[in-house]
Design a protein around this ligand. Sequence first.
Ligand code: UDP
Length: 164
Amino acid sequence: EAEEEIHFFFPKQQTLAIIKPDAMAEHREEILGEIRAAGFSISQLKEAVLSRDMAEELYREHRDKPFYRQLVDFMCSGPCMLLVLTKENTVEEWRSMMGPTDPVLAKVTAPGSLRARFASDILHNALHGSSNQEHAQEKIHFLFGDITSDRDLTSNGKMDPTPL
Ligand code: UDP
């Protein structure tokens, strides 16, 4: 008699992840390694220096916040690594792997998280991750255009830097 099994299939989801300028020189390879080890597929990846306009658009939702100008200055202060991560429940999983925005809090509540380990302060906090699926799709489209192929770069993260 066949055993009944219930399978749950979760559709793959995409999120935008960014290694911010503060983490690029020292921690980029370790972060990429951890992303792969955690089972994310790196579907798109490019190194770029964001223009001011692009950084402003990326963080448009924060334009009225007191930290907006500093944030935009910081985000275009050097190269970033832009990544599209694909996994089940990827938006939430990537945010959980990053940890809280403020590394002071991250060190207490999520000591193993990437921000607990690599962030310097609440502004220079090493990583970006979309807060929901709608933002993820909008910002991925903004930074990568129409993605025609869903490449899996998981085992070979190296690509030539692409100027924006
Ligand atoms: N940020 C800041 N001061 C704050 C809150 C946020 O400088 O009080 C910066 C920080 O770099 C953060 C980004 O603005 O990652 C976007 O803020 P958000 O609240 O969306 O945090 P996140 O989703 O990145 O954790």
